[in-house]
Design a protein around this ligand. Sequence first.
Ligand code: FES
Length: 109
Amino acid sequence: MTWKRTISAKALEKAGHAAVKVDDKVIFIANVNGTLYGMDAVCSHARCILGELDSGNLTVKCPCHHAVFNLKTGEMLEPPYVAKDAPKEKLGLKTYQVRDNGGWIEVDV
Ligand code: FES
């Protein structure tokens, strides 16, 4: 386990979610009703940064081609919306443990 400090818990609570750089990764972190989540923020399709959180369904949609990921598991629930004949692999994303440590959000990388 290697916990890395990201942003303040207050900032995450205010924003609801954020994409934070941790070493060589960009990680999508979210605070949904007090529960913290972490998942790779770089889309497995064409590397856009994820950003559209649906806190009710715990899903995140990619702004580029609208693939949808399960925030808890990283599973791709909806494939990218691309040309009809393009391959539509459902490639999931890695998830991370996230904690509030004294007012700072930390991610286990
Ligand atoms: S880059 Fe995310 S769906 Fe295409």
